[in-house]
Design a protein around this ligand. Structure first.
Ligand code: NAP
Ligand code: ZN
Ligand code: ZN
Length: 354
């Protein structure tokens, strides 16, 4: 279906991996009958935005407008929209469409859609024929079935990171049954890691956090960690308890074998971090103790809503540094160094005056 391009929209993006992000204009499609238009108020910065903008995984389509932790207000709805009303809070994460008919889609696992889903930026846009643009922009048009509800009681700026960081850790914590009586390890205290600590704790697990940053140790306790291990300290690593599951949120290359050794018999190490380089796994570190090495990727639409509702119920939102659109490049530099406390969120409403 070809849809007309309607709205000229201010955005922040880049035309090449080595260029900094800067203001540019994009076009948003005119509303189809099931579309919702959202005036974007806040958008979180995920390390995946940085990996993609710099083409660290390969295959980035330029120009890229990153941003996939989007919260705003509905400004217009298509004729057949039933799930949203003008003026309501609404949110968009990574997935903005999928085939809706394959087995994973039917099971609510749109993140694993077999013919391939449409990601909020850099995917083929079946409406315009071009590619999609993300949330570092004034507004966005998305099919209502891929838009999430944000309770009016939640602060929209600190809720934004739930749309990627939140669901990405909630989904595996639930799947591998984090809860009372379970010891759960979390590696890395960044955007994903700090929400994982809060969510695993709210699920009732005993939480052990691994960090390379001694300066984050106190915060880890405040966020809910029962134990904190400085992973650069061999002695502390040797003293660490054994765990049922470990969630690895590290964005750069690192030695996963050090953590496989810390699993109980039948324990699982789950990668959610997506470093560009290959990771090496020693066979004996899996065979001895019947251990599993696994991974998880964001989560489906219904589970994203479940994450938001779970977090609203348990008073969980992100710890954020609110920044202006012109500070995105500086935030990328700080993310690269692990200097994040604990999610950058961009005040997108101010883009209108740029
Ligand atoms: P982030 O905020 O930058 O946090 C990553 C943390 O990893 C850092 O704060 C740091 O924590 C630790 N770290 C960084 N470099 C390290 C190194 N060389 N060795 C050991 N630890 C290191 O990133 P994020 O936004 O949470 O994203 C984390 C990763 O998950 C990224 O690769 C991102 O692309 C990926 N991701 C995956 C999914 C998915 O669906 N699978 C979804 C979203 C994001 P400490 O200072 O505590 O050591
Ligand atoms: Zn993300
Ligand atoms: Zn599908």
């Amino acid at each position: 279906m070809e849809t007309t391009v309607e709205k000229n929209t201010k955005a922040i993006g880049t035309y090449a991996a080595e260029q900094p992000l800067a203001p540019l204009n994009i076009a948003r499609r005119s509303l189809t009958t099931h579309d919702v238009e959202i005036d974007i108020l806040y958008c979180g910065i995920c390390h995946s935005d940085l990996h993609a903008a710099r083409d660290e995984w390969g295959g980035t389509k330029y120009p890229i407008v990153p941003g996939h932790e989007i919260v705003g207000r509905v400004t217009r709805v298509g004729d057949h929209v039933t799930k949203f009303k003008i003026g309501e809070m609404a949110a968009v994460g990574c997935i903005v469409d999928s085939c809706r008919t394959c087995d994973p889609c039917k099971e609510g696992l749109e993140q694993f859609c077999e013919p391939g889903n449409t990601i909020v930026f850099g995917s083929k846009d079946k409406h315009t024929g071009g590619h999609t643009f993300g949330g570092f922009s004034e507004n966005i048009v998305v099919d209502e079935n891929y838009v999430l509800h944000i309770p009016e009681t939640m602060d929209p700026a600190t809720a934004a990171p739930l749309l990627c960081a939140g669901i990405t850790v909630f989904s595996p914590l639930k799947h591998w049954k984090a809860g009372p009586g379970k010891k759960v390890g979390i590696i890395g205290i960044g955007g994903l890691g700090h929400l994982a600590i809060k969510i695993a704790k709210a699920m009732g697990a005993h939480v052990v956090v691994f960090t390379t940053s001694i300066s984050k140790s106190e915060d880890a306790k405040r966020l809910g960690a029962d134990e904190v291990v400085l992973s650069t300290d061999e002695h502390q690593m040797k003293q660490s308890p054994k765990m049922d599951m470990i969630l690895d949120t590290v964005s750069a290359n690192h030695n996963v074998n050090d953590y496989l050794k810390l699993l109980k018999v039948d324990g699982t190490l789950i990668l959610v971090g997506l470093p560009a380089d290959k990771l090496e796994v020693g066979a004996f570190n899996l065979a001895k103790g019947r251990k599993s090495f696994s991974g998880s990727n964001i989560g489906g639409i219904a589970e994203t809503q479940e994450t938001i509702d779970f977090c609203a119920k348990h008073n969980i939102t992100a710890e954020i540094e609110l920044i202006q659109p012109e500070q995105i490049n500086e935030a990328f530099e700080r993310l690269e160094k692990g200097d994040v406390h604990y999610r950058f969120v961009v005040d997108m409403a101010s883009l209108k005056s740029v």
